[in-house]
Design a protein around this ligand. Structure first.
Ligand SMILES: Cc1cc2nc3c(=O)[nH]c(=O)nc-3n(C[C@H](O)[C@H](O)[C@H](O)COP(=O)(O)OP(=O)(O)OC[C@H]3O[C@@H](n4cnc5c(N)ncnc54)[C@H](O)[C@@H]3O)c2cc1C
Length: 543
């Protein structure tokens, strides 16, 4: 690839006549992976353009405008953990870190209405949560012993079988159904967006090791104080513009153009316009990437050969505006229920009930005037929401309301002023057994072509942290091609002394086992191949 040209001067000497233009990096996709790539490359003498097909930045971590109230409503609550060091670095870099709030504790509200709080106690990692765990009210002493044994085996590693779903691993390691439903599932289903019955053991191990055992702070949730559309949308747009990054919204890329040597030459847009580029980073979801590479060239990227085997997992977010306070917590984990985590946006973001009353989703219906400041805005998250895909939105809303009323009787009498049910069918790639081998590295064998996205090989599950890491890795790759190597990836949280001695100092990484995909046990209709049958799962509560 040539990034500069030499010219013959009138005296026959080869010299640059005019300063060659700086290399042009075109990033296709304005989600967190694309944004992280751009943020890491600014101020390095490069020209950077982001192409985003939608009218806003942020990708899956974004908001939409409620047509009736004009408010920004998140597609779904996004939470990170203190162990997400690259996301934190990105937020600092682009100046939005003050818009996130670090929580010191996780509150569990069990099916019997008892509260258990998890916060770091006096002991060193990995025993900092032992006090909270021993005091937790939703597990019996026997279940706690089993969980402690399970955690020790999981942390030790080396005891998983190829293709084995985590639910089967749990049963093999003597975990009771109660501990599975009330402890393992609430933590892992939220963190990995997958059912235990079809979850990769290595990813489950990573969540507990890096999030809960290595460092005293790793488990602490970080919650945005503003809507995602502001956090990763408008604020990013102005930061990028201040740093001379060209952002072209509603501009879809159609295909990457290669020159006669098979190296990147540019991108053809859906409009037909051709955009010259020295490097192209495809920071799009996994099911969009192949279409952007010319068909006859796809074989040159063998790491994408099995990308069609990656599967998606859904998440459902339910937004409810009530006329009175319902939930006394800022956020609370609700194990053993359809609803998994409730976020109180009145407490976290100071948002209350809208003035307009609405009876049907997405429609504003005139109603009694309400003064802002009353009521409560709750957002409920249901990860791996496969069971909800067959239900209509009203049924989902009613099932969620029934669950809320079982926890807080005020929800029974409260008037629901407005609601949205948003199910993202392709919320994340599914962390099924053997998934790691399907994830390609960021650098491709095509000169100048890079990949980014939470689905590329980062060792992390489909999270904002994974997306940012992929962007940093793509940027690192570009800098090394330009002979200006830069270390952009941030290390994980430093393990405590004892934890480092027990588990090693490096971050945990799921094994990239060369599993033949035909060796992975066949899935049932929902993708499950586990011994933990559907009957044993927590049932959906109905209206
Ligand atoms: C409902 C939901 C809840 C979630 N909750 C959490 C959470 O709590 N914590 C967490 O860490 N993660 C969460 N995630 C996952 C997180 O949102 C993603 O991992 C992350 O945002 C992925 O970023 P990305 O840049 O890899 O991909 P995306 O965000 O999908 O970005 C890709 C971008 O490419 C654009 N694009 C596609 N094709 C083209 C084209 N041809 N031309 C131009 N642009 C194109 C798309 O419009 C999109 O903006 C959640 C996701 C969802 C959907």
């Amino acid at each position: 690839m040539t990034c500069s040209k030499n010219y013959w001067d009138p005296f026959g000497r080869m010299t640059p006549l005019s300063k060659p233009p700086p290399p042009h990096i075109v990033i296709v996709g304005g989600g967190l992976a694309g944004l992280a790539t751009a943020s890491a490359l600014v101020d390095r003498g490069l020209r950077i353009t982001i192409l985003e097909s939608r009218p806003r930045l942020g990708g899956r971590a974004s908001s939409f405008h409620d047509p009736a109230t004009g408010e920004l409503v998140d597609n779904c609550q996004h939470v990170s953990m203190a162990c997400c060091t690259n996301l934190a670095d990105f937020c600092r870099r682009v100046g939005i870190d003050s818009m996130l709030r670090r929580e010191r504790e996780l509150v569990f509200l069990d099916p019997d209405g008892r509260i258990s709080r998890f916060r770091a106690g006096v002991g060193p990692a990995p025993f900092h949560l032992a006090g909270s765990f021993l005091a937790a009210k939703f597990l019996s002493a026997g279940d706690k012993l089993r969980v402690a044994f399970g955690l020790a085996c999981l942390a030790a590693g080396g005891n998983e079988r190829p293709g084995e779903p985590f639910a089967d691993w749990l049963l093999r390691h003597r975990q009771s159904l109660r501990s599975i439903n009330l402890f393992w599932a609430p933590v892992l289903v939220s963190a990995l967006n997958e059912r235990l019955e079809q979850m990769d053991v290595g990813h489950a191990r990573k969540v507990f090791l890096d999030g809960f055992l290595r460092n005293r702070a790793g488990f602490q949730p970080e919650i945005p104080l503003v809507p995602l559309g502001e956090l990763y949308g408008t604020r990013l747009e102005s930061w990028l513009s201040d740093h001379d990054v060209a952002v072209r919204l509603t501009t879809g890329a159609s295909v990457v153009e290669l020159d006669d040597d098979g190296a990147v030459r540019g991108v053809v847009l859906r409009s037909g316009e051709e955009l010259a580029a020295d490097f192209v980073v495809l920071a799009v979801p996994f099911d969009r990437v192949l279409a952007l590479i010319p068909e006859q060239q796809r074989g040159r990227v063998p790491a994408l050969a099995h990308i069609g085997d990656l599967r998606s997992a859904p998440i459902t977010g339910v937004h409810l505006w009530f006329d009175r306070p319902i939930c006394p917590f800022a956020h609370v984990v609700t194990p053993g229920r359809l609803i998994q985590w409730v976020f109180n946006h009145t407490s976290i973001q100071g948002r209350t009930a809208p003035a307009a009353v609405n009876s049907r989703q997405g429609e504003s219906v005139a109603g009694p005037e309400r003064s802002p400041g009353e009521g409560q805005y709750l957002q409920v998250v249901i990860s791996a929401s496969y069971d909800l895909l067959a239900l209509d939105k009203v049924a989902i809303r009613d099932a969620v309301r029934a669950d809320l009323a079982a926890l807080w009787p005020a929800a029974r009498d409260a008037k629901l002023l407005r609601w949205w049910v948003v199910t993202e069918h392709g919320a994340t790639f599914a962390v099924r057994p053997g998934v790691e081998i399907l994830r390609p590295p960021q650098r491709t064998p095509i000169d100048g072509l890079f990949l980014a996205g939470d689905w590329t090989d980062t060792g992390w599950p489909a999270t904002m942290e994974g997306a940012v890491r992929s962007g940093y890795l793509a940027a690192q790759g570009i800098m090394s091609v330009l002979d200006k190597p830069a270390r952009l990836i941030r290390p994980g949280l430093k393990p405590g002394l004892l934890a480092g001695w027990l588990f090693g100092t490096g971050e945990s990484r799921p094994v990239r086992r060369p599993t033949s995909h035909s060796a992975i046990p066949p899935a049932d209709k929902s993708g499950s191949s586990s011994a933990l049958s559907c009957e044993k799962r927590v049932p959906i509560s109905g209206p």
